[in-house]
Unconditional design. Structure first.
Length: 221
């Protein structure tokens, strides 16, 4: 850009020749949307990411006009149990057929380390322990859930495997919040294998993992 314009002025001082150029004092720079913002970016960040790790699955289960499967996934630090459909990971505590729990546990050896796979296998065998079944029947007759207790910060926390009727069970984490009582966390539970083994063992002793029809249990939820 020349220093002097055709009007014999400094180009920067000429209101005619500087108009629309970087020298125009009234020119406003074009606004750009910050990276990572806007409706499209929000939609992309909210979309469930694909899982590329090792897993075993059961299903599919019909729901509405679609279907989903339940995966037992090996993740850093433990196991995740989650529902997946055509859109990806579902943000809720997974529901599956009670009789499919055994299938998941038996196939866990395909993806877990030997120690964790052994824990899961031994947990399922609790259903065949007569002494264990008698203990559970005496201590919690008619109960419809297995529990593994822990803590989440200042809150009490439980991993529960519970019957929800129609031959299905739900695996979910519950938090006890002061003044609010126990609340189900609508997210796939992700915990060490030992926690899953504990809850499955108790559920197996109570017969929860082998039930095929528990319509009356839904009233307990």
């Amino acid at each position: 850009m020349p220093v002097f314009c055709r009007h014999n002025r400094f180009t920067a001082d000429c209101p005619i020749c500087s108009k629309g150029t970087p020298l125009d004092p009234g020119r406003r720079p074009a606004r750009r949307s910050p990276s990572g913002s806007g409706p499209r970016a929000k939609a992309e960040s909210a979309a469930p990411r694909a899982f590329s790790g090792r897993y075993v699955s059961v299903g599919p289960y019909e729901e509405g006009e679609g279907s989903y499967e339940v995966r037992l996934e090996r993740v850093p630090g433990g196991i995740r149990l989650a529902e997946w459909d055509g859109s990806g990971l579902r943000r809720r505590a997974p529901l599956l057929a009670a009789e499919d729990v055994a299938s998941l546990v038996e196939r866990a050896a395909e993806i877990l380390e030997e120690r964790d796979a052994t824990r899961m296998s031994e947990a399922l065998q609790a259903a065949s322990d007569p002494a264990g079944r008698e203990y559970e029947a005496a201590g919690a007759a008619g109960d419809t859930l297995g529990v593994s207790r822990g803590r989440s910060g200042d809150f009490k926390e439980e991993l529960r495997l519970e019957s929800v009727g129609d031959g299905r069970v739900r695996m979910g984490r519950w938090l006890l919040r002061p003044g609010s009582g126990w609340q189900l966390q609508e997210a796939p539970p992700m915990l060490p294998a030992a926690r899953y083994a504990e809850v499955i063992a108790q559920a197996a002793r109570r017969g929860i993992t082998s039930r095929t029809s528990d319509a009356g249990d839904a009233s307990r939820l």
